[in-house]
Design a protein around this ligand. Structure first.
Ligand code: PAF
Length: 294
C-alpha cells in the first residue's frame, strides 16, 4: 500500500495506473479513526473498482467547535494497518498546509441543503465539508466516491454539489453499519464510557420505533415526532438537537400531503457531551422488519 502526502504524488500515481492498465478508481474519503463502517465502504469500493484510494484528513474547517476538533479521535498507525489488511492501493494523508495552502480564499457552499438540522446546530460545518470534498474529488478525479448514509445530510449535500458543479464522479451512499444492538458505528463512539455506549444504544431503538409508528399510520407527523422526543427524554437523552422526518431526496420537511414519498427520520443527540447522529429510512418496511427496532 502506497502512502502519499501531497497532490503531485497522488496525481502521478493515478496517472501511472490509468496509463498502464484499464483502471477504475474509487475514492473513500475519511477522517480516520477507522471502524467497521469505514471498512465496509472500503470493501464496497473494492467491488466497484480496480484501484482503491482512501483519504485520511481530519478537516479543521468542518469543526465549528475547536474542542471537538482537538478531541476528535486519531490513530494513523492503526488506520494504516487496517487499510493494509483490506488491500487498499493508496492512502492519501495530506497535512492542513497541503489541503489549505495560504492564502486560501475559496469556499464551496450549498445553502439550500446546509441551512438546517446539522447545518443549524453546527454553523459553517457544511461549508467545510463541501469545500474539502470538492477538493478531494478534483485532486483525485475518481470514477466513484463512497460515503456512508449515517451522515445522510452530508451525502445529499455532496450529491448536490457534484451535480451542480458537473464534477465527473459517481457518488454512492453505503448503508449504516450497526453493532449487535443497533448502535450506528461512529469514530465518536470511542469517546464514550461503557455507560455512555449503553445509553447511546437506545437511540436507534427510538428511531426504529418512530419509523414503525409513522409507517403504520394513524398518527400525524407532529404527533409521531412528539412521541419520539418523549421516548428520547425517557431514555435519558437530555440534549436533543433535532428529530426530523424529511423527504429522502430533497431533505425538505415531510407534511401529511407528501407522506407517500421516500422518507428519512434523522436525529442528533448528546451522550456524555459527545454529539451522535443517526437516521433511518421510514417507508421501506424491510429496513426495520428484519432490523433492530423490533
Ligand atoms: O464523513 C466524513 O468523514 C467527513 O465529513 C468527510 C466526508 C471525509 C469530509 O471531511
Amino acid at each position: 500500500m502506497k502512502q502519499v502526502y501531497n497532490i503531485t504524488d497522488l496525481r502521478e500515481q493515478i496517472t501511472n495506473w490509468t496509463l498502464q492498465e484499464e483502471s477504475k478508481i474509487v475514492l473513500v474519503p475519511t477522517m480516520g479513526a477507522l471502524h467497521e463502517g469505514h471498512l465496509t465502504l472500503v470493501r464496497s469500493a473494492r467491488q466497484l473498482g480496480t484501484r482503491v484510494i482512501v483519504s485520511i484528513f481530519v478537516n479543521p474547517s468542518q469543526f465549528n467547535d475547536p474542542n471537538d476538533f482537538q478531541r476528535y479521535p486519531r490513530d494513523e498507525a492503526k488506520d494504516l494497518d487496517l487499510l493494509r489488511q483490506e488491500n487498499v492501493d493508496m492512502v492519501f494523508t495530506p497535512s492542513p498546509e497541503v489541503m489549505y495552502p495560504q492564502p486560501f480564499m475559496t469556499t464551496v457552499s450549498v445553502p439550500e441543503i446546509a441551512k438546517d438540522m446539522e447545518g443549524a446546530f453546527r454553523p459553517g460545518h457544511f461549508d467545510g465539508v463541501a469545500t474539502v470534498v470538492t477538493k478531494l474529488l478534483l485532486q483525485t478525479l475518481p470514477d466513484f466516491a463512497i460515503f456512508g448514509e449515517k451522515d445522510f445530510q452530508q451525502l445529499c449535500l455532496i450529491e448536490t454539489l457534484v451535480r451542480d458543479l458537473n464534477i465527473p464522479v459517481n457518488i454512492l451512499g453505503a448503508k449504516i453499519v450497526r453493532d449487535e444492538e443497533g448502535l450506528a458505528l461512529s469514530s465518536r463512539n470511542t469517546l464514550l464510557s461503557e455507560d455512555g455506549i449503553a445509553q447511546a444504544r437506545h437511540l436507534n431503538k427510538v428511531l426504529f420505533s418512530i419509523a414503525r409508528l409513522i409507517q403504520t399510520g394513524g398518527v400525524s407527523i407532529s404527533e409521531a415526532q412528539g412521541v419520539g422526543l418523549a421516548q428520547l427524554a425517557e431514555a435519558g437523552f437530555d440534549r436533543v438537537d433535532y428529530l426530523e422526518l424529511r423527504d429522502a431526496e430533497t431533505l425538505k420537511p415531510v407534511t401529511e400531503t407528501n407522506i407517500g414519498r421516500k422518507m428519512r427520520l434523522l436525529t442528533a443527540v448528546y451522550v456524555e457531551g459527545v454529539r451522535l447522529i443517526d437516521n433511518v429510512q421510514v417507508n421501506n418496511a424491510s429496513d426495520w422488519i428484519s432490523g433492530f427496532g423490533k
